[in-house]
Design a protein around this ligand. Structure first.
Ligand SMILES: [Zn+2]
Length: 594
């Protein structure tokens, strides 16, 4: 396969009707040059989402998302770039040209296609073995005993791995795959003596697929109690990353998008049982905790995630990370408390189980309230040491909520429950804020999650000023080049700095090739282009915004010199600032300065 040529991408963006595409997800009204509506990516009552039909861009001034029509389709339909392009090309009748590319990339893709084919073949072998072999009879009985019907088992591709040591090894090699490839997808493993054998034997096999339905790995459930681990998963491979996948996503995505909600359970059979009972927005985590990456994968599709898993035993740290990712994406995380000792699959198997489960989902409580409740419940209030420990435990939970009304409610509840002054609890919450301050990236260590976009009101005055100036640099490109050259690291916020680098590299047409792998930057560039297109720009306004940023820079340097004890430098800088303030006072305030 080859790359889609930049020319045909450009033609596609010009041809596709972004207003029409977006209108499928939210109602848009024309307002001057732009179209506005309620944001389809976050919950809101007043519209802050705009589409610029001329620039072919969308941007939400509420949650910061933004991009072109391809990006919109990727996000909203849960597609990869190429698939989004192909879908739009198909819909708007644009012929895509492809061009040759780096042969190594082509080789990598070919290898990947082969491995996918290998996994597909293995999955269909396991599935037919489950239904057709004598050996799998006990597995069929077990699944039927759990109340699972053939139709749902087939839909999820459930299968059975024979007990022989080399079934997949032999079949795979006979079909032309190498031992290295079999190991590469985690189907074979090397024994102590150096020989390879099947990783999955005598197990019920659950194919783990991505949201597009491609099998990436397996979970295998033991049939005998003396068989080692009850569950064995595919080891992490080049493209199987358990922490990024949700089991059943391929079957659940439509229901999830429709309900605006995902129900997250723990086990494979829980997911199957729920789908069978009509709770089709159910997906599974393949561990006890939901990861920040899994939360991020659901964002854009849902406003809320209900965890019907054992939140008591799930790692507190992992929950906090998930919660921070959710907070940054304007998603609610709630917990449905399962009755002790009962899992969703067991509940669903009972006569009125499905209704009971649905009622639990509806009654789910906010994750942070749930966690605080757990701590309060088990604290012996008569012991000062126990109250101290409880406070230390809840402070990070509350801190992760940001400055919200529900956090303040919980602070009061904690103060009451532990018999403390609310101000003292609040003090601990503020102190428990992550070290990087309000801007801490959600997801902590787990990489892929982007920092939360911030609402306009949360921007600092420096950021508002820098955005006003950068928008004008786009509106008036000639002067813009000059200001882009004058701006230095010391003038700019970290995001501003990245936007400036982008504008310097793409002076002609900053929005025509938005970065695909950097949502924050894509959102910011879209915002700037939209602003440039409709807010007044003038040389005077640019100069004033620049001078105000310059003043900020001087103030930072003055403070730094003071901290170093370099009073001579501080005095010189202060004189410089006085001159600058004078100039600012004599510059008249045109429209567009903040
Ligand atoms: Zn939004």
């Amino acid at each position: 396969m080859a790359l889609i040529s930049p020319e045909s991408l450009e033609r596609l963006k010009q041809t596709a009707d972004i207003v029409e595409v977006v209108s499928a997800h939210t109602d848009l009204r024309r307002q001057g040059a732009r179209w506005v509506g309620l944001c389809p990516f976050h919950e809101e009552r007043t519209p802050s989402f705009s589409v610029d039909a001329q620039e072919k861009l969308y941007h939400c001034f509420g949650c910061g998302v933004g991009g072109d029509v391809i990006k919109f389709v990727e996000e909203k339909e849960g597609l990869g770039f190429t698939e989004a392009v192909e879908l739009l090309a198909d819909r708007y009748g644009v012929e895509l040209e492809r061009e040759q590319e780096d042969p190594r990339a082509e080789a990598r893709r070919q290898r990947r296609r082969r491995l996918e084919e290998l996994l597909d073949r293995a999955a269909s072998f396991y599935s037919s073995y489950l239904w057709d072999s004598k050996e799998a009879e006990k597995a069929r009985d077990y699944l039927a005993g759990r109340g699972l019907r053939e139709e749902v088992l087939r839909g999820f591709g459930v299968g059975y791995a024979p007990s022989a040591w080399d079934t997949i090894m032999l079949r795979g090699q006979r079909a032309g795959f190498s031992v290295e490839e079999l190991r590469g997808v985690g189907l074979a493993q090397r024994g102590r003596s150096g020989g390879e054998y099947d990783r999955f034997r005598e197990r019920i096999m659950f194919p783990i697929r991505d949201r597009r339905g491609r099998t990436l790995g397996f979970g295998g459930r033991a049939m005998r109690s003396d068989q080692g681990a009850k569950y064995v998963n595919t080891a992490e491979t080049d493209f199987f990353h358990k922490s990024q996948l949700l089991y059943g996503m391929d079957r659940a995505k439509a229901a999830i998008a429709k309900a605006g909600r995902a129900v997250v359970v723990e086990g494979y059979t829980d997911v199957l049982a729920l789908h069978q009972a009509g709770v089709e927005e159910a997906v599974g985590v393949m561990g006890t905790a939901i990861t920040g990456e899994q939360v991020a994968a659901l964002s854009g599709m849902v406003e809320e995630v209900v965890l019907a898993l054992d939140a008591d035993s799930a790692g507190q740290e992992a929950m906090l990370r998930a919660q921070r990712v959710a907070a940054g994406r304007r998603m609610r995380l709630r917990v449905a408390t399962m009755p002790a000792g009962e899992d969703p699959a067991e509940m669903i198997a009972e006569p009125d189980g499905a209704e009971r489960f649905r009622a639990l989902v509806e009654a789910a409580v906010e994750l942070n309230a749930f966690q605080v409740g757990l701590v309060l419940d088990r604290t012996d209030v008569s012991s000062p040491a126990a109250r101290d420990r409880a406070l230390a435990e809840v402070a990070p939970v509350l801190a992760a909520m940001g400055e919200t009304a529900s956090r303040d409610d919980l602070v009061r509840r904690v103060a009451e429950g532990l018999d403390l002054e609310p101000a003292m609890v609040m003090g601990r919450v503020v102190a428990a804020r992550p070290a990087t301050g309000g801007d801490e990236p959600p997801g902590g260590g787990d990489g892929r999650a982007a920092p939360p976009p911030r609402r306009a009101a949360e921007l600092t005055s420096r950021e508002r000023r820098e955005r006003a100036l950068l928008a004008m640099c786009i509106a008036l490109p000639q002067e813009g080049t000059e200001y882009l050259a004058r701006l230095t690291d010391a003038h700019l916020s970290p995001t501003g700095l990245r936007a400036v680098a982008w504008l310097r590299e793409h002076p002609e047409d900053p929005a025509s090739n938005l970065p695909r792998d950097d949502d924050e930057l894509a959102g910011l560039v879209s915002e700037l282009v939209l602003k440039a297109h409709e807010e007044p720009s003038s040389h005077e306004a640019m100069e004033l915004n620049f001078l105000l940023l310059e003043q900020r820079r001087l103030e930072d340097e003055i403070a730094a010199a003071g901290e170093r004890g370099d009073y001579e430098r501080r005095a010189a800088l202060s004189r410089e600032r006085a001159g600058l303030v004078e100039r600012i006072a004599h510059t008249q305030r045109p429209a567009g300065t903040v």
